[in-house]
Design a protein around this ligand. Structure first.
Ligand SMILES: *Cc1c(COP(=O)(O)O)cnc(C)c1O
Length: 362
């Protein structure tokens, strides 16, 4: 039998991999450590019962976007629903941005090591990839970034802040310098703030309808809703108009819109979870350092560290044998011998630290 061949430009593609192993403590994908409150699940069931199943969903996701605009508005910053775009996970938000503004004959700039999906989606959508590098301490060097932007004139430039997998937030001056450079070459700056609520500052403070910058957010992490696949963008209204022309019609189903809306009734619970995680993060950071690990300061819900002997592979395996799963980044470019651990519940973290102590002190 002859088979159709995958597109020539994707022939060497490797899919996205995040190995799952059956263990007691799963600290490998930066999910929230527990589900949203029971009242949330009840509100979603009620909303699902009221859905007009024979009708297409509200194409404009009107109620959800209005509520998100309210949640993000403050005395200093007014966000309008015309500045919000929702999609099936922030991955679909990013894909829609690249379909709209990048694609064949255009280029996308990232700063490695960073979230692998930025380059992966750029490739799927046919754009050229330009990979800048971070400094040895994993920050973006603004002068280098500005030079790369002027040299390559990318259509889309990504800044992930806090950055996955390193956890570090870029300072505002870096983002601003990059934004000015991007605007000078008629490009778009995409700030991926999947971990925004854990971070000391947000690029939302730079948002305006006359700036070429967008900020993406997700329900997957802080909202404890990775199972729902919902993300959104806060952007100049002309960006939202452009994206709406490109995204498939009715891509966001009615139940999901209702779930996203229901979640926003529980902002206090979300903020409590974030504080709990930030507190636990501090404790893990301290203990990792006491165990002699190199630890990078995290503004997210995970920590990148390098065990004292730099033998991440061995430590990862020994943790799995103790029923603890972390992300093995030991063989990733730039992350030689490192591991990434998601902050879990106090109990999860106890178990992780106990296992790690055993592994490192045996
Ligand atoms: C987890 C993560 C996302 C989330 O993607 P979803 O599709 O919303 O689940 C986006 N960006 C980064 C950097 C992430 O780590």
């Amino acid at each position: 039998m002859s088979r159709p061949a995958i597109r020539d430009d994707l022939a060497a593609l490797e899919g996205y991999h995040s190995p799952q192993v059956d263990v007691e403590v799963r600290l490998n994908t930066n999910e929230a450590p527990g589900p949203p409150p029971a009242e949330f699940a009840a509100a979603v069931s009620e909303a699902a019962a009221a859905v007009d199943w024979h009708r297409y969903p509200d194409r404009g996701a009107t109620a959800l976007r209005a509520a998100l605009a309210r949640v993000h508005s403050s005395a200093d910053l007014v966000i309008d629903s015309s500045q919000i775009f929702c999609a099936n996970g922030s991955n679909e938000v990013l894909q829609t941005i690249l379909l709209t503004y990048a694609g064949p004959g255009r280029s996308v700039l990232t700063f490695e090591p960073t979230y692998a999906l930025h380059t992966h989606i750029a490739r799927l959508t046919g754009a050229d990839r330009i990979q800048g590098e971070r400094t040895d301490d994993f920050l973006i060097d603004p002068e280098n970034a500005v030079a790369l932007i002027h040299e390559h004139r990318p259509s889309v430039t990504f800044v992930c802040s806090p950055n996955n997998p390193t956890g570090m937030s870029e300072p505002p001056e870096t983002v601003l310098a990059m934004l000015e450079a991007v605007e000078a070459v008629d490009g778009l700056l995409v700030v991926d703030e999947a971990y925004g609520q854990f971070s000391p500052w947000s690029a939302l403070s730079l948002l305006s309808d006359d700036r070429s910058m967008v900020v993406s957010r997700t329900y997957s992490k802080t909202w404890a809703m990775a199972g729902a696949r919902l993300g959104y963008l806060i952007a100049p209204n002309w960006v939202v108009d452009d994206l709406e022309k490109v995204v498939l019609p009715y891509h966001l189903d009615s139940v999901k819109q209702a779930a996203g809306l229901a979640a926003l009734q529980f902002v206090d619970d979300m903020e409590q979870r974030v504080s709990m995680i930030v507190e636990q993060r501090g404790r893990i950071d301290t203990e990792l350092q006491e165990l002699g690990c190199k630890v990078w300061p995290s503004g997210a819900n995970f920590i990148l560290f390098r065990p004292p002997e730099g033998d991440g592979d061995r430590v990862w395996q020994a943790l799995v044998e103790r029923s603890v799963l972390v992300r093995n980044t030991a063989s990733w470019e730039h992350l030689d011998g490192c591991l990434r651990v998601t902050v879990g519940t106090a109990q999860d973290n106890d178990q992780f630290l106990r296992a790690l102590r055993e592994v490192l002190q045996s």
